[in-house]
Design a protein around this ligand. Structure first.
Ligand SMILES: [Zn+2]
Ligand SMILES: [Zn+2]
Length: 357
């Protein structure tokens, strides 16, 4: 793979269209959703669990915004509206009311096609990382077959018995058959109620080797209690404060950007109230108030501060971005990444480290 130390954790235009290569430099085919579905049906419960984790990781990835994805989203939105404007306009011009119904159908079809296309783009771009995650946990990154019991060749690479893709044996840090990926997150009722805490299945982000690992939420409410308990209370507070700081001004900006909605509804509520006080109160309670609360909650959410960024904060504080173990004594891998002794996640530490996106 590329010599850039950070390249393995990066997704973008290049990762979407560049051919995928294995550790011997041969082109390999990308993992297909069908491969993961097959693995998820495996008789080995640990392999099935791993396959489901990989699928969750792909879903998490879809919520992350990288520059190429933001641009693509904007292009798709503009494209859908322009296409709808042209087609809808023509239809109404020729067929009147019937034409407007056809136009609406066309609009829905355009939205479906655009969102499907976006999803394919995201998943394809992240498949390099998905492949490395699969290998880290002991299945082939090209076909999802188990590498259990396959010995390494003389060059230190394991050749997949099914498809022939080669993977460096030292990538296999948490083989599902002997040392399955460490559970980092837990189910928690409090976490469901607290704003800004995502579901555990939405908290996957790639480490600096491009392996999807579960990452803490910014309030540390989803992290297993025993892992949290090891961190001194003042350090824990500092960690949460730093994590909440990430993206804070973006969230405030988003709130201000959206504030016209509750403002408009409050104005309408007032207008209705002057005519009919009872109707005004109902309008306020049922429509304006929920929108107002929703918009005011935006700064409390975790928008712009997803798992890939909270992981980075933990690393900056000298802790593993996944399980929060201290990285002081962590051994370095071939590219100088600190490999967590507890969970096997690999992180670029030091002042030069910047969020890989
Ligand atoms: Zn294979
Ligand atoms: Zn760790």
């Amino acid at each position: 793979m590329s010599s850039d130390r950070r390249s393995e954790a990066r997704v973008g235009l290049a990762s979407t269209f560049r051919p995928l290569i294995d550790d011997r430099g041969q082109r390999i085919r990308r993992l297909r959703p069908a491969d993961l579905k097959r693995a998820a049906r495996s008789e080995n419960p640990r392999l099935a669990l791993l396959a489901n984790r990989l699928r969750a990781a792909m879903k998490s990835e879809g919520r992350r915004y990288t520059p190429d994805r933001v641009i693509l989203t904007l292009l798709l939105v503009v494209g859908v509206f322009v296409a709808y404007g042209i087609i809808g306009g023509l239809m109404i011009g020729r067929m009147g009311v019937a034409g407007s119904l056809i136009g609406l159908t066309v609009f829905i079809a355009l939205v479906v096609v655009a969102s499907k296309g976006y999803q394919i783009y995201v998943v394809r771009g992240a498949l390099g990382q998905t492949a490395r995650t699969a290998v880290a946990e002991g299945v082939c990154g090209s076909c999802a077959f188990s590498l259990e019991g396959t010995p390494a060749d003389a060059d230190g690479a394991v050749t997949c018995p099914e498809c022939g893709a080669a993977w460096n044996a030292d990538r296999i840090v948490a083989p599902f058959w002997s040392r399955p990926a460490m559970p980092v997150l837990r189910a928690s009722v409090l976490a469901w109620l607290a704003p800004g805490v995502r579901a555990a299945s939405a908290l996957f982000a790639p480490d600096d080797r491009g392996r999807y690992v579960p990452c803490p939420d910014s309030r540390l409410l989803r992290v297993r209690r025993d892992l949290i308990g090891e961190i001194p209370a003042d350090e824990r507070q500092e960690l949460v404060r730093s994590m909440r700081r990430v993206g804070r001004w973006w969230r405030v900006g988003l709130m201000l950007l959206l504030s016209w909605m509750p403002a408009g509804m409050l104005y309408f509520a007032w207008r209705i109230w002057t005519e009919d006080p009872m109707a005004g109160v109902w309008f306020f309670l049922i429509l304006a108030l929920p929108v107002l609360v929703g918009v005011l909650m935006v700064p409390l959410s975790s928008a712009f501060g997803g798992p890939h960024r909270t992981a980075r904060v933990a690393v900056r504080h000298g802790r593993c971005g996944s399980c929060l173990e201290r990285l002081d004594d962590a051994p370095a891998d071939d590219r100088g990444r600190a490999v967590c002794t507890r969970c096997g996640a690999a992180w670029l530490t030091g002042p030069a480290t910047r969020a890989a996106s």
